[in-house]
Design a protein around this ligand. Structure first.
Ligand code: AP5
Ligand code: ZN
Length: 216
């Protein structure tokens, strides 16, 4: 399975990715996590990305495309991959198509998880992520067993820099302008699958699994 996750910020892409990794053998490639780790480590990539991320804007295509295409071509992506947060522009989608074509591979499906804007703001302002592995929680609807501690690895839960309400509004605008066109892009290719992200994480997961079972 070669999958991409599409959807607005806070739709639950990371939440579903955690579950899908347990169901299938897939290399999980989360662009946002890769970029945040680069910022944290102070690498050249992180230095180039930080200013855009803090504003809620996209990192330029020329900065991100090479990094992700490299990962898709790696040995450990051979059995399948799950891309979360890439592609996010038509140029990124075209670059991915071309790279997969060169590898003699193709996307199995583009999974679109959709939620309305007001729900996005509610979810993101209550989100907490663990410092070690980016496991995802919510202060009201997806609480850890112990306050501020990850259930899975015991690391501390923190709020992301770009999860302030004002930045979330910018991220939503950027999604509408630059990423939403990919819905039509993949629909035309016949691989778009839509999921109602307002349902509970378990319901969304069940629906995705049922859909993937028809594709294998
Ligand atoms: P990125 O990290 O990819 O952020 P995003 O797309 O905005 O997505 P999020 O991680 O915010 O949300 P999610 O859909 O994963 O939701 P989650 O599962 O956490 O990108 C960050 C930045 O990096 C970008 O702004 C950009 O600057 C840069 N960047 C990244 N990729 C790039 C690219 N390709 N090109 C250029 N720049 C790029 O869930 C959210 C909350 O809701 C959680 O609290 C969760 O517990 C809760 N929740 C989840 N599912 C449900 C549910 N079904 N019901 C109720 N609550 C739920
Ligand atoms: Zn964790």
């Amino acid at each position: 399975l070669n999958l991409i996750l599409l959807g607005p910020p806070g739709a639950g892409k990371g939440t579903q990715a955690e579950r899908l990794q347990q169901d299938f053998r897939l290399l999980y490639i989360a662009t946002g996590n890769i970029l945040r780790a680069a910022v944290e480590a102070g690498t050249e990539l992180g230095r180039q990305a930080k200013q855009y991320m803090d504003r809620g804007e996209l990192v330029p295509d020329e900065v991100i495309i090479g990094v992700i295409i490299d990962k898709v071509g790696q040995e450990d992506a051979q059995d399948g991959f799950l891309l979360d947060g890439f592609p996010r522009t038509v140029a990124q989608a075209e670059a991915l198509d071309e790279a997969l074509g060169d590898l003699g591979r193709a996307l199995t499906a583009a999974l679109l998880i959709d939620v309305p804007d007001d729900e996005v703001v509610r979810r993101i302002s209550g989100r907490r992520v663990c410092q070690k592995a980016n496991h995802v929680y919510h202060v009201d609807t997806n609480r850890p067993k112990h306050d501020d501690v990850c259930d899975i690895d015991g690391s501390k839960l923190i709020q992301r820099e770009d999860d302030r309400e004002e930045t979330v509004r910018t991220r939503l605008e950027v999604y509408g302008d630059q990423t939403a066109p990919l819905i039509g892009f993949y629909d035309e290719r016949g691989i778009l699958k839509r999921f109602d992200g307002r349902r509970s994480p378990t319901e969304v997961h069940d629906h995705i699994r049922a859909t993937l079972a028809t594709l294998r």
